[in-house]
Design a protein around this ligand. Structure first.
Ligand code: SF4
Ligand SMILES: [Zn+2]
Length: 363
């Protein structure tokens, strides 16, 4: 055990150094709520538009720690390094104005609040501001999703949320990434275990609040086939635990991350879109109708995201979007392209020579 602890140090030291660089690249102060819309399947099976808003908090505290946070994460770079108190206090109004400007409740049935960190961390978002945001929206949408690390899923925080939002309106999303503790520790530096995630999910179940679990498809140092297995096992574990929403997030290369460094050194590549499809289909088949499975990959088909040969990428990307909205598997089954045979061969050959794969094929 002592030896493995020693072996973690070069990994986390490097992540820490990269985080210093990425923090230097961040804007000291900005007030912009980054936003986009997506089509979300609702609890009752209907389809609705959701407005996604990234509140400009200081971002994830875990990422600021000496160990540098998660190895693939570039999210805090979108956030200001030192948001002013005035800006933070103004979040409820800012978010509401944006919601109204984009079409309000006539258009959106759901909102999602991200912070590039944890909505439930009072260091990022004071409790009164958090409650004020939720209060603004509670009567105007059917569903509110917020993201958090699992250590903030505690009774005090849930009690505070349920003061203003009924439990059947809120979804708490947690980035578990993998349910394998060794992968989380050695590839991702996630900083929490499956046991800790389990505790959080069980507490949410006590409160009858739905959970959304994020799975990272293809953490660092994993071959394509190992990544597939990891994602499928994680989906199975989350389902067994009773997670009601599963979001599959294929890796993409975020600036100034270890993933970025290894990508430039050609020792890491995001997954094939075939792997993304396979994971999505398998997990959906496994969990059935009762669990919503979402997969809307960032940067799909681009150089720094999950991709195939270039001919089939756009079609797969749009079909994944359609599937995520409709939950209909026939949308993503039976897709074909010449590159699928190469992908299948790649899965085998990569695992045979224990390298990181033949990524040069389509360059
Ligand atoms: S992935 Fe989440 S927990 Fe990890 S550093 Fe990024 S925001 Fe923080
Ligand atoms: Zn193709």
């Amino acid at each position: 055990m002592r030896t493995t602890e020693l072996n973690d140090r070069p990994f986390t030291r490097l992540l820490g150094e990269l985080r210093v660089i990425s923090n230097e690249m961040r804007q000291i102060n900005h007030k912009k709520i980054i936003n986009w819309t997506d089509n979300s399947p609702m609890r009752d099976g209907s389809l609705a538009e959701a407005l996604v808003m990234v509140l400009p908090t200081a971002g994830c505290k875990y990422a600021m720690a000496k160990h540098g946070g998660c190895s693939m994460c570039t999210l805090p770079m979108d956030n200001p390094l030192r948001p002013s108190e005035e800006t933070i206090k103004a979040f409820p109004e800012m978010a509401w104005d944006l919601f109204v400007e984009k079409g309000g409740s006539a258009r959106f049935k759901a909102v999602k609040f991200y912070t590039s960190g944890s909505f439930l961390d009072k260091w990022e978002l004071p409790v009164r501001v958090r409650e004020a945001i939720l209060t603004k929206f509670v009567d105007h949408v059917d569903e509110i999703t917020v993201e958090t690390r699992c250590e903030f899923v505690i009774k005090k925080n849930l009690d505070s949320i349920l003061k203003v939002v009924p439990n059947d309106k809120i979804i708490i999303a947690i980035g578990q990434e993998s349910t394998d503790d060794e992968i989380n520790r050695r590839s991702i530096n996630k900083g929490h275990t499956f046991k800790q995630f389990t505790r959080a999910v069980k507490l949410l179940q006590d409160y009858e609040i739905q959970t959304k679990g994020y799975i990272l498809l293809k953490p660092l140092f994993l071959s394509e086939i190992a990544a597939l297995y990891d994602a499928l096992r994680s989906g199975q574990d989350m389902h067994t635990l009773g997670v009601e929403n599963i979001s599959i997030n294929p890796s993409y290369i975020g600036k100034a991350t270890l993933m970025d460094k290894m990508f430039k050194e050609r020792t890491y590549q995001p997954p094939w879109l075939w792997s993304v499809l396979r994971t999505t289909i398998s997990i959906k088949k496994l969990v059935g109708e009762s669990v919503r499975v979402i997969c809307d990959p960032v940067a799909a088909g681009s150089e720094r995201g999950p991709k195939n040969c270039g001919n089939c990428d756009a079609d797969i990307k749009s079909r994944l979007k359609e599937f995520s909205a409709s939950q209909q598997l026939d949308v993503i089954e039976d897709i074909t392209c010449e590159c699928k045979a190469i992908y299948n061969a790649h899965l085998v050959t990569e695992s045979l020579y224990n390298g990181m794969g033949n990524f040069e094929i389509f360059r």
